[in-house]
Design a protein. Structure first.
Length: 325
């Protein structure tokens, strides 16, 4: 058979090993740094298929170093760490596993919203230090609030469903909105600036793109209600971290809850990591056992299909087919 499948970051080894039916399965080094291009080239240079997460930067140079490569299968959301244009030009399909982590991400976003409103990190720390509840630290209720969801894709849709029992008003912004889908969960489509201006809580559930880069910046923050809560389980690049830090310090943002960062992992001296009014988690919204099983199986199934001579199903770059040799 003499085919090689490389799993860059292994998290469900038993499922990854199902790909042995189409080739040797090789695993990456867990200690490999995210920006180590040379190590990544060495890892995939003889690969027929690569199974990836958000780990590693698959630049044009990296992709060109793997002349046998027939598929890149991403576990989870569409990849922001793959040069899609280069993959397309090389005739390499890039797949993803839609919906596999939507429930996990939505649950995490809801957890962060409630943790922020209920002051959980701050009051837990106070109690551990011998304190008790005080008049200057009062929790808030979610019920009856106005929640803005940016990105009504699969995770945003699931979050809207989870919010319905709280009797909140749900605003949503998504340039690709399915109006019927929004209506199904009681979400009102609005323009982005209207969502920023009217929402008491804003949840970012969209992907990174040139259009969404730093959508939360100084100008956007100036439109928001004083005391707004911002939750990001989408991508770190959606937020200008310098502007957010200043808005938290000024009090315009009551609390930010961040699962993702512009640089990952963030440097230890990142000011967002050490503020009472910022809750942080290590890009784990989709890192639930059930979601990881679905992601790993979805990616493995795509690789097995392609190496068996079949077309992939969930393709992020369908134009790749025009460049097949």
């Amino acid at each position: 058979m003499n085919r090689t499948v490389v799993v860059v970051e292994s998290f469900e080894r038993d499922i990854h090993m199902t790909m042995r039916e189409v080739g040797e399965v090789r695993f990456g080094n867990p200690a490999m740094k995210n920006n180590d291009e040379a190590a990544l080239i060495d890892l995939i240079k003889d690969a027929d298929a690569v199974c990836i997460t958000s780990r590693g930067a698959f630049t044009k140079k990296v992709l060109q170093s793997a002349p046998k490569l027939r598929i890149i299968a991403k576990c989870g959301a569409p990849p922001s760490n793959v040069d899609i244009a280069a993959a397309t030009e090389l005739g390499i399909p890039v797949t993803w596993t839609p919906g596999s982590n939507a429930i996990s991400v939505a649950e995490h976003a809801l957890t962060l919203i409630l943790a922020a409103l209920k002051l959980l990190p701050q009051t837990m720390k106070d109690l551990q230090n011998g304190g008790w509840h005080t008049s200057d630290k009062k929790a808030s209720e979610l019920t009856g609030r106005t929640v803005g969801i940016v990105g009504l894709g699969q995770a945003g849709f699931q979050l809207a469903k989870m919010l319905k029992p709280f009797n909140v008003e749900i605003l949503c912004y998504d340039p690709y909105i399915d109006v019927e889908k929004a209506r199904e969960v009681g979400a009102k489509p609005v323009e982005r600036n209207e969502l920023f201006a009217k929402s008491e809580i804003i949840s970012l559930n969209c992907q990174s793109s040139p259009e969404t880069y730093h959508m939360i910046n100084e100008e956007a923050l100036s439109l928001m209600r004083p005391g707004v809560y911002i939750v990001n389980t989408g991508r770190g690049a959606l937020i200008d971290e310098v502007a957010l830090n200043a808005a938290v310090d000024s009090g315009r943002v009551a609390c930010a809850a961040l699962d993702v960062f512009e640089e990952e992992p963030p440097k230890k001296d990142n000011p967002l990591l050490n503020k009472e009014k910022i809750i942080v988690t290590p890009h784990m919204a989709g890192w639930a056992g059930e979601a990881l099983v679905r992601e790993a199986k979805g990616a493995a199934d795509e690789i097995i299909r392609v190496l068996n001579g079949l077309a992939p199903i969930n393709v992020a770059n369908p134009d790749y087919i025009r460049f097949l040799k």
